[in-house]
Structure formats: structure tokens, C-alpha cells
Design a protein around this ligand. Structure first.
Ligand code: PGA
Length: 253
């Protein structure tokens, strides 16, 4: 079956609003010439969302957020709720990125709570999984990813599955310039499909949209995106460079 491709840019904590708007302008200009056949999403910092929503009116780019609270409102200083994101036109949200897991104590359990909250409000989660270098070198990478997948997805009901995107991002490949080979990434994506298939049936496993992330750039995108189980990319550093991001988008089409 043919799964839709998605190229998502994760800007992390980069650019001020003014700088971000300039980058967005360049991207929109490039995209207007390119007519991409794949879905494109952008996750700028929270502070940019309101201005980006205005700029993206009439554009096919989907606005995404980098994180969300598992609570809807209340005394949670510094948190941002799904209701606030929804009002700003956000349609997807990255959940449990490895930087959130590593620096802010996020876990599979907190990811599950966040995924439940966003799905209730019709926002689509991009749930990040991926092993550390130590896990990979000790041969535990499949185990670790299996645990990240089962402890979250197995706790959801079947009809939620088609609304979820997984991003497989090996921690050792994020921001390091070291990419998983297309074969390594594809092998893990196929494994994730099997794990999901075991619980929900092979059809749902086969339908699951799985992105690869970790040092994707203009030079390596085409070979990664050509793999049968890779349905797109979650792009960090390279998504801040319009020319490079446009090349990645083109490689996916
Ligand atoms: P990178 O980041 O492309 O800069 O490695 C990817 C990510 O963290 O989503």
C-alpha cells in the first residue's frame, strides 16, 4: 500500500520571530516554484506560531509544534496546552523528541499522556523513538525501540493508530552529522511495523507513517527516502536552510 510522504522541519530553539519569518519567506518562495508532491510541515518555536499561521494562510505547509503539555489548562507555569496550539492553526505536534527525553525528563509514560490529549483535540502527534549510541553498540537497539513503541502505542485503541506518525531518530545521529545508513534506518522502520502489526494486525502496521530523523541533509535525503519503509523525514539543522530544505522536499517527491 502507498503511504503518504511527509517532510517535517524541526527548528528547535533557533531563530527569533523576525529571523524565522525571513526564513519562512524564502521557503515559501522556493516552494511556489517547486509544487511539491509531498506534505510539508514546519515546527518553529512557540513564539513564532501566531505570525506563521498568518503567513501560511492558503499555503499547503502544515504548522506543527515541538512540544505540548499533557494538561489542558491550569497552574502549570511555562507549559503550553493543545487548546492554545489549536487556536493558532497547529495541526501536528512533535512528542517525546530525544532532546525532551534527555534534558527535560520526558518518558514513554508522559508521551502517552500527551498523545492522548492531542488526539482528543484532533491534532496529529509525531511520536519520536530511537536508541542511544550505547544501546546500538551493545546490540540493544531493537529492544529499546520496541519498548518505546509498545509502552505507548499498545495502550491506545486501534482506531487511533492511523492518526499517529512515528519518527525514528537514533540519538547518535541527531545533530552529529552521522546518519544511519538507509539500510539501518529501513531495517528499524520495518521492525517498528512488525511490532505494531503484532498487536493491531499487519494492515495497520503496513499503514503506519514512519519518518526517519537524524542528520538528514540535501546530500543523503534521496537515498534514505528511496527505502521502502521510510515515509519521510524529520529534519533539524537542514530545515533552517531554505535551499537545503527545498532539496530534501524535492527528493521526497
Ligand atoms: P538534525 O535533527 O537533523 O539536526 O540531526 C533532527 C531532529 O532532532 O529532529
Amino acid at each position: 500500500m502507498k503511504r503518504p510522504k511527509l517532510i517535517a522541519g524541526n527548528w528547535k530553539m533557533n531563530t527569533t520571530v523576525l529571523e524565522g519569518l525571513k526564513t519562512l519567506d524564502a521557503l515559501l518562495q522556493g516552494l511556489s516554484k517547486q509544487n511539491p508532491k509531498v506534505q510539508v510541515a514546519l515546527a518553529p518555536p512557540y513564539t513564532h506560531l501566531s505570525d506563521f499561521q498568518k503567513k501560511l494562510k492558503g499555503s499547503s505547509i502544515c504548522l506543527a509544534a515541538q512540544n505540548v503539555s499533557d494538561k489542558l489548562n491550569g497552574a502549570y507555569t511555562g507549559e503550553v496546552s493543545v487548546l492554545m496550539l489549536k487556536e493558532l492553526g497547529v495541526r501536528k505536534v512533535i512528542i517525546a523528541h530525544s532532546e525532551r527525553r534527555q534534558y527535560y525528563g520526558e518518558t514513554n509514560d508522559s508521551a502517552l499522556e500527551k498523545i492522548k490529549v492531542v488526539l482528543k483535540h484532533e491534532i496529529y502527534p509525531i511520536y519520536c523513538v530511537g536508541e542511544s549510541l550505547e544501546d546500538r553498540e551493545s546490540g540493544h537497539h531493537f529492544e529499546v525501540v520496541e519498548e518505546q513503541v509498545t509502552s505507548v502505542l499498545y495502550k491506545l485503541s486501534e482506531e487511533k493508530l492511523p492518526k499517529i506518525t512515528i519518527a525514528y531518530e537514533p540519538v547518535w545521529a541527531i545533530g552529529t552529522g552521522k546518519t544511519a545508513t538507509p539500510e539501518q534506518a529501513d531495517e528499524m522502520h520495518a521492525f517498528i511495523r512488525d511490532v505494531v502489526g503484532k498487536r493491531f494486525g499487519d494492515d495497520l502496521g503496513a499503514q503506519l507513517q514512519i519518518l526517519y530523523g537524524g542528520s538528514v541533509n540535501a546530500a543523503n535525503a534521496a537515498s534514505l527516502l528511496a527505502m521502502p519503509h521510510i515515509d519521510g523525514a524529520l529534519v533539524g539543522g537542514a530545515s533552517l536552510k531554505p535551499e537545503e530544505f527545498l532539496t530534501i522536499i524535492q527528493s521526497a517527491g
